[in-house]
Structures are given as structure tokens and as C-alpha cells.
Design a protein around this ligand. Structure first.
Ligand code: AMP
Ligand code: ZN
Length: 466
């Protein structure tokens, strides 16, 4: 089966291939660095990481641009309240974003670009839109006249034919179904930061940065543009209106949108106060891999209902995977290969790949892996799994982990809680009694990784943090 993605623009699953060569030109909307990102945001970024990794597994090269929104209303407000420049203020949260995404093993896009490094490019694009008759001015600000772009609404599938001409908004985020002329350039007000440009002193609206930075690095037509579903309207609709008015060419071939992470039926959002940051969860003793696993395990177009129980279940799944890998690495298998098991491995690999080719169906891909683990564990118990089968199984696990990336324990986790250490120590004691020395040693190494040393004494095991 070919690689297929659901395209928001056409509302269909479509076979994917890049426009030029073997390189996928893709753009994703990055964070607004006014605070720590929450795990809802990280769900969007994790699904983009799975997308990246699967495209590479399918033999493509990537040219992926992600923006950092480092000037906008909330940043300006928060920086002023903290008595800092927007640069000093956003530097802290940009660094935190990079740390959080690294902890979750999200690959760095090939280009990570800041809005404030592209102000002149944006001003030039707005001037060009002006020459083409897509803008008007009011009180020094510049607005996009959506009535001049008849295709407005094609991404969100809204009918905006009855829009009120001339109605406009200064804010960047506004109500669905309320199409308004949006702001491209905001004239400087009061003590707000501003840049001197031919448009006057001011700053860009949010939408223009993505059009400009995407096309600067990737050309007029991108292969893929991704983001959360909340960005479809108005942000991505506006990106299309700006970009296509500038070039007269289709802006994006495949639009991929990830669904929300929700808590008790509601979108996780800063404004609702129902959010966890990654840091909150690491402090509670959860590992970054558990968070990564949970975020990746639900296919990106389905809502993900976040619970701490779900995180614990993710940790258990990772344990099963690691124990299985350890068994493959340490158990004694009969020489040679069992043909039936060779076929089983091929079938599992095919099921895994078919699932990911099918619009990144991670749940099906994981199911293929766990069914395989169950079947092959049974075969091992029966002595029907041979050394060549074990090697093939390890290769399959490697293929799995090149996408999911959860097998290696993190060394940079905030650390284990005392209760988790006690529980691992108890598990190690049980493993030793059962002569499962491999597991016992693995636990000792896992703890040592986090700076926890064990001492076997007559009274039992003592542990301490270094
Ligand atoms: P922002 O920093 O608000 O621009 O958001 C960064 C990314 O996170 C965007 O792709 C949003 O669509 C996405 N996002 C925001 N909230 C959630 C949520 N609760 N679940 C999933 N993605 C979200
Ligand atoms: Zn964007």
C-alpha cells in the first residue's frame, strides 16, 4: 500500500509523493514562546515528529521549517509585566521549548526560524500584497482584504460568501465562521516594540510570518504543512490567502492537522487552566518516554484523552517492550531459524508498515508490535524460536524504535520518586531470587543512570542518591 495522508484541503486520504526529487518540503507552526508549552502543544509536535520519522523511514529526505513566534500580543503583555525586553523574555521560553522537545526526543527541524529575524521580509511581502491590491490601511495598520481572494474558506470549508466587506479585526485569533479582514501590520502603539520599515513603525500580525518564512526557505509550493486543528481557521486560511495572493500558485499540497489533547472533555489550554507542562509530569516522576509513548499512541487525527492512568499504562507498555528486547538479547535460543517464525516476523513488519502508511495509524502499528511480542514469547517458551529469528525480531524492534523511540531509558529525566525507586529495588530483589540476573542488572543500571546507587547488605538492599 502506498503512503497516504488525509488532506484537510480536499477532505480525502491521498497518496503522498513530493513535488520535486526525493525531498519533502514541509512547514509546521511552532510555539508562541510566551510561557512553557503544555502537553497539548507537545501532542501536536510529537505527531509531527512521527510524521518526520516515517517519511524518512520511507526513504525521503526532509527540509522542514518550524517557526518560533517571538513577537505577538501575549508576549508583549507578559514581557512588559516582567519588566523585560521581548528578546530577554522569549529567550527563556525558547530555551525551555528546545529542552522539552529534546527530552521528548522530537527531532529538530532542519530550520528553526524566528519571526523577529524576518521583519524586513514580512514588510516586503506586505508591500507586494499592497501593489497587488489585497490590502488597505486604517490608522497606520495594514489589513488584508479577503473579499479580493474568492477562494477564502477553501481549507476550513466555510462559506464566507456573505462576509461583511470592510469588517476587520486587530487581534490574531478570532471566532470561527467570522471571516474578517485580518491585520498584516500593526502600527506601533504606546510603548510597544516596533520596527522601522517602509510600512511605518510597527510590527507584523501573526499570520504573515508563516507565509513569508515558509516560502522564503521552501519555495512557493510546499509539500506538507502541519499544525493543530485549531489553526485551520483563521490562521492557515489566512496563510493561504496571503501566500497565493503573493505567488498565484498553490501554497500547500497536503495539509495535515492533528486533533486536540483533551482533559475531561475539554481542550487542554492555558486559558482554561487545565494543563500540565512536561516539567510538571517529570516532577511527578513520569519518564519522558512515557509521555512520548502516550502522545504518539493515539493516531493524530483522533482526540487524545489525557489521564495519569494513561501515562502509567504507557510506562507499563514500555516495560514490556524493554523486557522483550532484553529477552531477545540474553536468552539462549536453538541455532538456526524456524520458518514459521520467519513468516511471522515478515507479517508483523508488514502490518506495522501498512498501519503507518495509512495516515500514520500509530495505534494499529503498536497493536502489530504487541501481537508479535505475545506470539513470539509463546514460541520462545515452547523452544520454537531460534537464534536467527531472534536477530530478525531485534531488527524489527529497531525499525519500530526508529519511529517510536522509547526503548532507550532517558538519563536526563528529573529522576525517580522515592516510591518508584523502592518499587524498582523490590522488583530487582524478586528478579534475583528468580535468577533473572539480566533484569536485576538492568534495574541497577537504570538506577545508576539517574545517580542512584544500590548497596546489597545483610539486611537487604540500601539505596542512596549520589
Ligand atoms: P501555540 O503555541 O498556541 O501556537 O500552539 C502550538 C501548537 O499546539 C499548535 O499546533 C496548536 O494547534 C497546538 N495545540 C494547542 N493546544 C492543543 C491541545 N490541547 N491539543 C493538541 N494540540 C494543541
Ligand atoms: Zn503558522
Amino acid at each position: 500500500m502506498p503512503l497516504r495522508f488525509y488532506n484537510t484541503l480536499t477532505q480525502q486520504a491521498e497518496t503522498f509523493s513530493p513535488l520535486q526529487d526525493n525531498v519533502v518540503r514541509m512547514y509546521t507552526c511552532g510555539p508562541t514562546v510566551y510561557n512553557f508549552v503544555h502537553i497539548g502543544n507537545l501532542r501536536a509536535f510529537t505527531s509531527q515528529d512521527i510524521l518526520r520519522r516515517w517519511l524518512r523511514a520511507r526513504g525521503y529526505q526532509l527540509d522542514h521549517v518550524m517557526n518560533i513566534t517571538d513577537v505577538e500580543d501575549k508576549i508583549i503583555r507578559n514581557a512588559a509585566a516582567a519588566d523585560k525586553s521581548i528578546f530577554d523574555y522569549t529567550a527563556v521560553y525558547t530555551k525551555a521549548f528546545l529542552e522539552d522537545t529534546a527530552a521528548l526526543r522530537l527531532e529538530r527541524p532542519e530550520r528553526l526560524v524566528k519571526a523577529t529575524d524576518h521583519i524586513d521580509d514580512m514588510a516586503a511581502a506586505i508591500e507586494k500584497l499592497d501593489e497587488r491590491g489585497f490590502t488597505y490601511r486604517s490608522d497606520g495598520s495594514v489589513y488584508y482584504r479577503i473579499a479580493n481572494f474568492p477562494e477564502y474558506g477553501k481549507l476550513s470549508h466555510n462559506d464566507f460568501s456573505g462576509i461583511r466587506a470592510g469588517a476587520r479585526v486587530d487581534v490574531d485569533e478570532y471566532d470561527k465562521a467570522d471571516a474578517r479582514d485580518f491585520v498584516l501590520w500593526k502600527a506601533q502603539k504606546g510603548g510597544e516594540p516596533g520596527w522601522e520599515t517602509p510600512l511605518g513603525c510597527g510590527r507584523p500580525g501573526w499570520h504573515i510570518e508563516c507565509s513569508v518564512m515558509a516560502m522564503k526557505y521552501l519555495g512557493a509550493t510546499l509539500d506538507i504543512h502541519a499544525g493543530g486543528v485549531d489553526l485551520i481557521f483563521p490562521h492557515h486560511e489566512n496563510e493561504i490567502a496571503q501566500s497565493e495572493a503573493l505567488t498565484g500558485k498553490p501554497f500547500v499540497r497536503y495539509w495535515l492537522h492533528s486533533e486536540h489533547l483533551i482533559v475531561e472533555g475539554q481542550k487542554m489550554a492555558k486559558s482554561l487552566g487545565n494543563f500540565y507542562t512536561l516539567r510538571d509530569l517529570l516532577e511527578k516522576g513520569y519518564s519522558p518516554e512515557s509521555v512520548r509513548y502516550l502522545l504518539a499512541s493515539v493516531p493524530y487525527r483522533k482526540k487524545l484523552n489525557f489521564t495519569l492512568d494513561g501515562l502509567k499504562a504507557a510506562a507499563t507498555s514500555i516495560d514490556r517492550l524493554r523486557n522483550y528486547k532484553l529477552r531477545l538479547e540474553t536468552a539462549k535460543f536453538p541455532d538456526g531459524s524456524n520458518e514459521k517464525m520467519t513468516e511471522r516476523t515478515t507479517a508483523a513488519q508488514r502490518a506495522f508498515e501498512t498501519a503507518l502508511d495509512d495516515d500514520l495509524n500509530t495505534a494499529e502499528a503498536l497493536a502489530a508490535v504487541f501481537e508479535y511480542i505475545r506470539d513470539t514469547n509463546t514460541a520462545m517458551d515452547a523452544g520454537e524460536f531460534c537464534s536467527a529469528n531472534a536477530r530478525a525480531a531485534l531488527e524489527f524492534l529497531e525499525r519500530f524504535d526508529s519511529v517510536f523511540d522509547v526503548l532507550r531509558p532517558s538519563t536526563s529525566a528529573a529522576g525517580f520518586t522515592d516510591a518508584e525507586i523502592e518499587s524498582l529495588v523490590a522488583e530487582r530483589t524478586t528478579a534475583k531470587k528468580a535468577k533473572n540476573f539480566a533484569r536485576a542488572d538492568q534495574i541497577r543500571a537504570e538506577l545508576a543512570d539517574k545517580g542512584i546507587v544500590l548497596e546489597d547488605t545483610k539486611e537487604g538492599v540500601r539505596w542512596k542518591r549520589q
